[in-house]
Design a protein around this ligand. Structure first.
Ligand code: UDX
Length: 434
């Protein structure tokens, strides 16, 4: 089947490759000519494991093409909208880009066409889409708009597309139920649990899932601070807690804080919605606050561990991406740490195997090193802020020779503890005082 997809970002590109691999012919449109040119030349503008190779293979097979033309090709039965819903002046999950794209598709797509909005929507988003449809239908029959949120993690996008935890599709009004089911059926070869419901419930499924994941992480982070205070081991505690299948170990790993373009924003969006509705949600409201206070606590802990004022100290940050497996630094706890450390008078130098340039663009004040050794030069402390696999096997003896101090603060529980100690360094791991 010929599919049209709008928005060649992390979600759009993974979705396009996923559908091409299922045998569909996918035409991908993007508003950025340089991005279209790079993709047409087989280069992926984003780092996602396996994506560039997959893009090239599907393009070579004639199942994937890129264009700047925002109109669905003749014969394309579906348009899939994957443009961003960023935080802007109107708040989190702004729908301006989505509405502009949907309005454009409604203006030119034939009545039998189906538009599937895959972008993450606020709960009031479906009503805005319904308004666009009503306005267009006033001028005659038009395409049907449904919603189809994704549950893919950055760094695991291709896998999460091919083995989805569930496929969910939403209808704006009951007569669109069949169109929503048709979108869900696109994923039928993946044999995933499927749910088709009204679009408001579907939007809330997406938001609630992410806020619950953020709640689990925030819970683990607060536990880590309790473990530090009582001399327990958060890794053992969360492993033991996670043995209860009703709880599960996933998303209970303590770290420097919750980052990325999704969880922090959605942990803000849901409380904003409830406050606008006048519905008290004290637990949901607390998740975002917990994340902010945790990141502040991590900086305070580093200062306490350093045993000297942070002012004038040089701190090496290993890891700048919001998590391993991506070059994305949006809401990265590592960059928040860098800002807080500089505010306390420390000088900060960072290294990341993939996210160096994105970090420099996000934080022009951040000094970047070519590698861990260079970052450690003259450092009073080395802080591991992203769980890159290469930080498991660093040459700590070599880093020791470069450092001015002896502290290694591992906020990701990722370093080889014996190697660090054998190098004569002092290792502190978040939540693992024991
Ligand atoms: C998230 C959701 O997982 C995904 O289902 C949704 O579709 C998009 O948003 P993503 O933003 O890629 O995916 O990041 P995720 O893997 O969820 O991690 C979010 C943040 O939490 C990262 O900073 C990560 O380091 C942190 N995290 C995650 C923890 O600190 N501990 C954990 O156990 C898991």
């Amino acid at each position: 089947m010929h599919l049209f997809l709008v928005g060649a970002g992390p979600v759009g590109l993974v979705t396009a490759v996923g559908f091409a691999r299922l045998g569909h012919h996918v035409t991908v449109a993007d508003i950025d000519p340089s991005r279209v040119a790079a993709l047409s030349a087989g280069r992926s503008p984003i780092f996602e494991p396996g994506l560039e190779e997959a893009l090239r293979a599907e393009k070579a097979a004639g199942r994937l093409e890129f264009t700047g033309n925002p109109e669905p090709p003749t014969g394309a039965a579906f348009s899939i909208v994957c443009v961003g819903t960023p935080t802007d002046a109107s708040g989190p999950l702004s729908t301006g880009q989505v509405e502009a794209v949907v309005a454009g598709l409604l203006a030119c797509a034939p009545p039998e066409h189906v538009v599937a909005v895959r972008s993450t929507l606020p709960v009031e988003g479906p009503d805005r889409l319904a308004g666009l449809v009503a306005a267009r239908r006033g001028r005659g029959p038009c395409a049907t708009v449904v919603t189809n949120p994704e549950f893919m993690r950055e760094g695991a996008g291709l896998r999460d597309f091919e083995v989805p935890s569930r496929v969910v599709a939403g209808w704006l009004s009951p007569e669109d139920r069949e169109a929503a089911q048709a979108v869900a059926d696109l994923y039928a070869p993946l044999n995933a649990p499927t749910l088709v419901a009204d679009a408001r419930s579907v939007a809330l499924i997406k938001l609630a899932s992410n806020v619950f994941l953020a709640t689990k992480i925030a819970f683990a982070n607060e536990l880590a601070r309790v473990c530090d205070a009582v001399g327990a081991d958060v890794d053992l505690v969360t492993t033991g807690v996670g043995m209860d299948e009703r709880i599960g170990r996933a998303f209970l790993s303590a770290g420097p804080g919750i980052g990325g373009s999704c969880l922090p924003e959605q942990a803000l969006a849901l409380p904003l919605l409830s406050s606008r509705l006048g519905v008290p949600t004290p637990l949901i409201d607390a998740v975002s606050r917990s994340n902010v206070s945790h990141q502040q606590a991590v900086v305070a802990r580093l200062g306490a561990l350093l045993g000297r004022p942070l002012g004038g100290a040089r701190v090496a940050l290993l890891g700048l991406a919001f998590k391993a497996g991506t070059d994305d630094v949006r809401e990265s706890p590592a960059l928040a740490l860098a800002r807080e450390l500089r505010a306390a008078g420390a000088s900060v130098v960072g290294f990341d195997p993939r996210a160096g340039e994105p970090a420099r663009r996000a934080d022009p004040l951040l000094e970047l090193a070519a590698g861990p050794l260079e970052a450690a030069e003259g450092a009073a402390a080395v802080v591991v802020a992203t769980e890159w696999a290469e930080f498991r096997a660093l040459d700590w003896a070599a880093l020791r020779t470069r450092m001015q101090g002896d502290l290694v603060y591992d906020t990701r529980n990722v370093v080889d503890r014996q190697a660090v100690r054998a190098a004569g360094l002092r290792l502190e791991v978040l939540g693992r005082r024991a």
